[in-house]
Design a protein around this ligand. Structure first.
Ligand code: SAM
Length: 285
């Protein structure tokens, strides 16, 4: 009989996603969450937290490229980057591609996520060996409290709002992130699927909060087959630089040797286009 992993699109939903499993590699409870690693039949390693898909090896590139490159390409001179969450190191893998970045702090609350990712996703965690990277095992919310005017880019690669990451979706947290950014800083948030009723209210609230703080706030839209609905967003909030005014040729120059699978200079602009249903939801004309 086939062994299947199933995640419903929402708890009350009658649809979802199924992966065929060959082997359960790890199933442990950390002080923060249930952590599972599976070997799937067709998608490589599947990593879940509290039974929610965090990544599959085959599909992670959409999310990790799109939470990193549009924001970094928007900043004219990014030198210091902070990642909150992101313990599987998929996001870090893309940040270290930029030679102009001098220092990267990563703050992950759960040491076990990093340790097990080292075991099962070594092609991602090898990014931790980069000399510019410092890893903190700490709550990202607490870590930010003493930081003022320090980072050029802050990336929030957290779990969902109904998990241990709850505080990372609070009004106070957005203000802390804003204060920790330098004058021309940019923050990026994983902001869930655009077409999913569970996240409508959160997206409306966060968009409003970020608009009250920053000069430029843009949802970034992209496919992500491993997440519910297969369609996902990040949110870029920028104090100075406009993501729509980036030079196409410069993007091409910078990413030329990156060997990416989704993001490029065309996708940069296409992903910033807002679908009509989203304009209605956010009340944008
Ligand atoms: N977008 C991915 C997803 O939700 O599928 C996120 C993947 S990454 C594994 C998310 C990480 O955020 C987890 O390893 C979790 O432990 C971490 N995290 C959650 N709350 C956190 C907090 N308050 N501070 C730092 N890291 C946190």
């Amino acid at each position: 009989m086939k062994k299947l992993f199933m995640e419903l699109t929402s708890p009350s939903s009658n649809c979802g996603k199924i992966y065929e499993i060959e082997e359960i590699l790890e199933s442990v409870k950390s002080p923060f969450q249930q952590i599972d690693f599976y070997k799937t039949k067709d998608y490589g390693i599947l990593f879940t937290l509290d039974n929610i898909v965090q990544l599959t090896e085959k599909e992670e590139f959409f999310y990790h490229e799109m939470i990193v490159h549009p924001a970094i390409q928007t900043h004219k001179n990014p030198q210091k980057v902070l990642i909150i969450g992101g313990g599987d190191c998929g996001t870090l893998t893309h940040v270290i591609k930029y030679p102009e970045i001098k220092h990267i702090d990563m703050v992950e609350i759960d040491k076990l996520v990093v340790e097990l990712s080292k075991k099962y996703l070594p092609h991602l965690t090898k990014s931790l060996e980069d000399k510019r990277v410092t890893l903190y095992i700490e709550d990202g919310f607490k870590f930010l409290k003493n930081k003022k005017n320090e980072y050029d880019i802050i990336i929030i690669d957290s779990t969902d709002p109904d998990t241990i990451a709850k505080e990372l979706f609070s009004g106070n947290f957005y203000k802390e992130v804003y204060d920790a950014l330098a004058d021309s800083g940019i923050s990026v948030y994983q902001s869930e699927p655009p077409f999913h009723p569970l996240y409508d209210e959160m997206q409306i609230n966060v968009y409003k909060i970020l608009k009250s703080l920053y000069n430029h706030v843009n949802f970034v839209f992209f496919p992500e087959p491993m997440y519910p609905t297969g369609y996902f967003t990040t949110l870029i909030a920028s104090k100075k630089y406009n993501p729509l005014e980036v030079n196409k040729e410069k993007i091409r120059e910078k990413i030329n040797n990156f060997n990416l699978n989704y993001y490029n200079e065309e996708i940069h602009f296409a992903s910033l286009a807002i679908p009509e249903f989203m304009k209605k939801k956010l009340n944008i004309n």
